[in-house]
Design a protein around this ligand. Structure first.
Ligand SMILES: C[S@@+](CC[C@H](N)C(=O)[O-])C[C@H]1O[C@@H](n2cnc3c(N)ncnc32)[C@H](O)[C@@H]1O
Length: 273
């Protein structure tokens, strides 16, 4: 089956659909990337044109499940363990201890990695907690992690990674928290895995499993336009407990976005108590 190249009109339909589904705005110059990523899906169904595939996923009930694959193909999942580790150090060494002080008896401190990709971010937090906090404190903390993309969540739950993902993991952590399965496969330890609870969540939706003490939403809002960003932030705001924190990526300053969160320092925001 020979797939035709994507036309401008087809690209615009795809661009609009992924925007509506995930809030992700794909610019014109990414047209070839979009076509390449979706080609396998078209071949899978034997569609020659992107329009036929588009009609299938938007107009037929059989095509509805394929929408999930469509989103999986077009979201960017680049991540690795200890990415911008200084933010995670701040979280574990300062923000968590501070928030633990404010807990009521029996209350849990809840952390949410809100676009966790294949799990490297929440697992890095779990590793740092294990290293730096006493067991009695760890018992009081829950780590929740979500993404819109089912494929990456599946990978997160399996916990098996290529060396690329471990590029910032030092030898000691590698030995302590990973099991080497083969030359290029490493599995996260059961102990770390059991500290993270994964679920699927679209940041454009209201509902979340909040409220949380600390929310990380790093390196995802860069793919959103101003409207999606505002919408996502208003949902995140509702998911954060009074006095709780939001950590963003470095390219995601909240300037020019309507938000009632207080700026503390670059990438760190706090909800008023
Ligand atoms: C580049 S990764 C960031 C991973 C990690 N937070 C980090 O900083 O390394 C971006 C993730 O955002 C997810 N994503 C994109 N749109 C989303 C949406 N509307 N809701 C939830 N997750 C979304 C993608 O599936 C992808 O896994």
């Amino acid at each position: 089956m020979n797939v035709h190249s994507v036309t401008d009109a087809e690209f615009r339909l795809i661009q609009k659909l992924i925007y509506e589904m995930a809030g992700v705005y794909i610019k014109e110059h990414k047209k070839t990337m979009v076509a390449n990523r979706l080609r396998k899906r078209l071949e899978n169904y034997g569609f020659e044109s992107y329009k036929k595939y588009y009609d299938f996923i938007t107009r037929t009930s059989e095509g509805r499940n394929e929408l999930i694959e469509f989103v999986n193909c077009l979201t960017t999942n680049e991540t690795f363990f200890f990415r911008h580790g200084e933010q995670l150090d701040l979280l574990v060494e300062k923000l968590i201890p501070e928030r633990l002080q404010t807990l009521k008896p029996k209350e849990k401190l809840r952390i949410w990695s809100a676009a966790c990709s294949s799990g490297e971010e929440p697992y890095s937090i779990a590793i740092l907690m294990h290293q730096k906090l006493k067991q009695a404190l760890i018992q009081k903390i829950e780590i929740h992690a979500s993404d819109i993309n089912m494929e990456v969540l599946d990978k997160a739950q399996k916990g098996i990674y290529k060396p690329y993902a471990l590029q910032k993991v030092n030898e000691f952590y590698k030995r302590t928290y990973f099991r080497q399965l083969s030359e290029d496969k490493f599995q996260i330890s059961n102990q770390v895995q059991s500290m993270v609870h994964f679920f699927r969540h679209n940041l454009l939706n209201h509902h979340s499993q909040g409220p949380f003490d600390i929310v990380l939403c790093r390196n995802v809002m860069i793919y959103f336009d101003q409207d999606s960003k505002t919408r996502v932030l208003s949902h995140l705001f509702k998911s954060i407990k009074p006095g709780g924190f939001l950590i963003t990526g470095y390219a995601e300053s909240l300037f020019r976005v309507q938000t009632t969160l207080k700026y503390i320092q670059p990438t760190l925001y706090q909800k008023e108590s």
